[in-house]
Design a protein around this ligand. Structure first.
Ligand code: PGA
Length: 254
């Protein structure tokens, strides 16, 4: 089955509103029409609305948020909810990024609740999973990653899982310049898809898009994206420059 590739830019804590709008415009203007690739950018919360306006309704570039809280509203100081993200034009929400798991105590249970909230408002979660260097060296990569996948997808139906996005991001490869070898990444992606086939069904496994993330750049994108079970990329550093991001989109087309 052919899955539409997704190239997602995670801008993290970068860019003022003016910088975000400029970068969004330059990405939008350079993404080819009918590219056959889904493209998403995720600026900081304060830039979501202006970036949505800048992207317009061309449908070429979708908007995403970097995190969400699971309650819709109420006394939750400092949080932002899925309906509010939808209100400013978001289609995707990243949940469970390793930086949030490590620094902000986003446990598997928190990630599951966040993914559920995103889904219940008709948005698509990008559920991040990945092992640390210690876990990889201890031979625990599969058990850690599959454990995170199991926890995040608990209670979902096969039909919902088929529309999800999972991002495999080895923690040791994020922002370090160290990228997983395409074959090693492919093996983990295949294990994730296999687990989804086993726990849900073939339709869920064939539909779910599994992105690779961690130091993806124009120079390594093609090798990664040509792997059978790698359906796109979650790009951090290289998404902050249209000159670096666009070649990665291009690599997903071929
Ligand atoms: P990186 O970040 O591309 O800068 O390694 C990826 C991510 O954290 O999503």
């Amino acid at each position: 089955m052919s899955r539409t590739p997704l190239i997602a830019g995670n801008w993290k804590l970068n860019c003022s509103v003016a910088q975000a709008v400029e970068l969004a415009r330059s990405v939008r203007n350079r993404v080819p029409r009918d590219s056959g690739v889904d493209v998403m950018i995720a600026p900081v919360f304060t830039a979501l609305h202006p970036v949505h306006e800048a992207l317009g309704d061309s449908g070429r570039v979708a908007l995403g948020a970097q995190d969400v809280y699971w309650e819709d509203e109420g006394a939750h100081t400092g949080e932002v909810s899925a309906p509010l993200l939808k209100d400013v034009g978001c289609e995707y929400v990243i949940v469970g990024h390793s930086e949030r798991r490590a620094r902000f105590h986003d446990t598997d249970d928190v990630v599951r609740r966040k993914a559920g909230a995103v889904l219940s408002h008709g948005l698509t979660p990008i559920v991040c999973v990945g092992e640390t260097l210690d876990q990889r060296e201890a031979g625990q990569t599969e058990s850690v990653v599959l454990g995170q996948v199991d926890a995040a997808l608990e209670g979902l139906t096969s039909k919902i899982v088929a529309g999800l996005v999972i991002a495999y991001e080895p923690v040791w490869a994020i922002g370090t310049g160290k990228v997983a070898q395409p074959e090693d990444a492919q093996a983990v992606h295949a294990a994730i898809r296999g687990r989804i086939r086993e726990r849900f069904d073939a339709a869920a496994a064939d539909g779910v898009r599994i992105l690779y993330g961690g130091s993806v750049k124009p120079s390594n994108a093609e090798g990664l994206l040509s792997q059978e079970d790698i359906d796109g990329a979650l790009v951090g550093g290289a998404s902050l420059s249209a000159d670096d991001f666009l070649p990665i989109v291009e690599a997903a087309r071929s």
